[in-house]
Design a protein. Structure first.
Length: 61
């Protein structure tokens, strides 16, 4: 998933992630240009998921 794809639908995906994983906060899901990997790392740590698992979760939203 590239940055453009993620950014284009991020607001919708963010809402779905927050519904599915209630422990995620707005700060965890803050998308800043050039900081995608940092954000993904925060989510991985919070959910205890690997990078691949997280990418699958987001792709299936």
């Amino acid at each position: 998933m590239n940055t453009t794809q993620l950014k284009g639908t991020w607001e919708e995906q963010k809402g779905k992630l927050k519904q599915k994983f209630t422990k995620l906060t707005d700060d965890d899901l803050l998308f800043i240009d050039g900081k995608k990997e940092e954000m993904m790392g925060r989510i991985q740590i919070k959910l205890g998921k690997s990078k691949e698992e997280l990418q699958k979760i987001i792709a299936n939203l």
